[in-house]
Design a protein around this ligand. Structure first.
Ligand code: GLC
Length: 475
């Protein structure tokens, strides 16, 4: 049994794997609490009870009902994070959460006031549940713009509770007309000094969280430095600079039990750094699944990601004709922007022997790809932390990544992967060629694969850094 340290922390977020997942945020919310629980923290979660949540898979019981929030009523259900005893509170409200979406837009970015309303409503609701659940957390750990108004409300209400805001993706901010926001919240706008910030007539919800949370952090040390600059600061760098002293960088970890090639049930055959020949069977299996020539010597490159600008998909598309000339195989798995999906489908039709575009969300296929490809592409424009490159290394797929954000913090050039600096397709191509050259040398490649597979990407170290922040807040 872990030693209790009497700390009570409530995670407040819009996603959580596997209950309600869209992107990397969900992976963090679904795995970090388990590591914190092991440190003896009483950690619980609060999420909206979206219509899309599968009640059969995640049965919940009603623990409180009829709580008044902004003229509406909410009910509180309780379930558990699967394979744990961690309590998850699901906040129910027909008007705002019953739809079958986590986000309304394909891109997951804000596209309408409806999106703004539901997360403001959720944020306000969270501060009203403590009496009903008879549990009073020391720290509210909020994530991204969706829950950035929790610190704002806590301050306005002078609630005796501390807040930590984690920045996972600064590009998605929740900007909207200030008047509409204030009307919806039934406040005047003179309650806090921070309401003066923002561009034109807009209020930026993320920026308000940044200005009002007690402590801030983002998900890698390098991204922490980057967002203080105009290049990566997404127009809120000045507000971030004001909070520089309170802004930390803590690298995300992985759920290393789930992402483990020794036990992964989706692989054809399990393997470890000691029996890498077994990995080749997964490669053959993948080639069959994708309809590629089955040949262990042909290098397979892979990309698994949201097909979004952030992820550098345009660079990959540009180099595909060159890759085809080099007779490599390339698989792309993901969904996202329509124009990328279309282009990738076309390229797959044009080069069926070399390119397989899997335009879908398929978690099992993703694991087979990690376990079968040789090189993993992640040429992101920016990357707060990134999960794919860590999973890839753990599975012995060598990452070729851009030297930015968490990619720069997790991939060691020429040791566990290959990095390039400039956001240009010629740079990506040059680096892929470099990797392919090393690949030809079996011994040198095996050394890199083993080194990559032996990196520690668990939450162990980072969860202790979070504990330190919580303690600092709770004193
Ligand atoms: C966002 C970021 C990604 C990060 C994830 C979890 O999706 O884009 O880099 O790994 O959040 O923090």
């Amino acid at each position: 049994m872990p030693k209790k340290n009497n700390l009570k922390v409530l995670f407040v977020a819009s996603e959580c794997n596997p209950i309600a997942k869209v992107g990397g945020l969900a992976d963090v919310i679904g795995s970090l609490p388990k590591a914190l629980d092991e440190l003896g923290i009483d950690v619980r979660l609060a999420l909206p009870k979206y219509g899309v949540i599968d009640n059969k898979k995640y049965p919940s019981k009603l623990v409180a009902s009829g709580i008044n929030v902004l003229g509406e009523k909410i009910n509180i259900y309780q379930t558990f994070l699967p394979e744990s005893k961690i309590i998850v509170y699901l906040l129910e409200n027909e008007k705002f959460f019953s739809e079958n979406h986590i986000y309304f837009e394909r891109t997951a970015f804000v596209g309408s006031f409806r999106e703004i309303e539901r997360f403001l409503f959720f944020s306000e609701s969270v501060l009203k549940i403590f009496d009903a659940i008879s549990w009073f957390p020391d720290v509210l750990h909020c994530h991204d713009w969706h829950t950035s108004f929790v610190p704002v409300f806590a301050k306005i209400k002078k609630q005796n509770i501390k807040t930590l805001l984690t920045i996972h993706n600064l590009a998605n901010q929740g900007r909207w007309n200030k008047k509409e926001i204030l009307n919806f919240l039934r406040i005047k706008g003179n309650e806090l000094e921070s309401f003066k910030a923002g561009e034109k007539d807009d209020l930026n919800i993320f920026e308000q969280g940044i200005l009002n949370a007690d402590i801030l952090n983002t998900v890698s040390k390098n991204y922490r430095e980057e967002i203080l600059t105009a290049e990566f600061g997404e127009k809120v760098e000045n507000s971030l600079k004001k909070r520089k002293k309170d802004l930390h960088g803590i690298l995300n970890g992985l759920d290393v039990e789930k992402f483990n090639p020794k036990t992964d049930p989706d692989l054809k055959i399990n393997y470890s750094p000691d029996n890498l020949e077994r990995r080749l069977e997964n490669k053959t299996d993948l080639q069959k699944i994708l309809g590629f020539e089955t040949n262990k010597k042909i290098p397979i490159l892979g990309l698994i990601n949201r097909l979004a600008d952030q992820k550098g998909i345009d660079l990959v598309i540009e180099i595909i004709p060159e890759l085809v000339k080099m007779r490599v195989q390339l698989v792309i798995l993901g969904v996202g922007a329509i124009e990328y999906e279309k282009k990738l489908r076309e390229l797959c039709q044009k080069y069926p022997k070399n390119v397989s575009s899997q335009i879908k969300f398929d978690a099992a296929l993703a694991q087979k790809i990690y376990g079968g490809i040789d090189i993993f592409l992640m040429p992101s424009r920016f990357e707060p932390c990134g999960l794919g490159q860590m999973i890839a290394m753990r599975y012995g797929a060598i990452p070729v990544v851009r030297k930015t954000g968490g990619l720069a913090d997790t991939v060691k050039n020429n040791k566990t992967g290959f990095l390039f600096e400039k956001y240009e397709s010629s740079e990506l191509l040059k680096t892929v060629k470099l990797a392919l050259n090393v690949y030809k040398n079996k011994k040198a490649w095996a050394k890199i694969v083993k080194m990559a597979m032996s990196q520690d990407f668990s939450w162990q170290k980072s969860s202790k850094e979070y504990l330190k922040l919580y303690k600092k807040l709770a004193i």
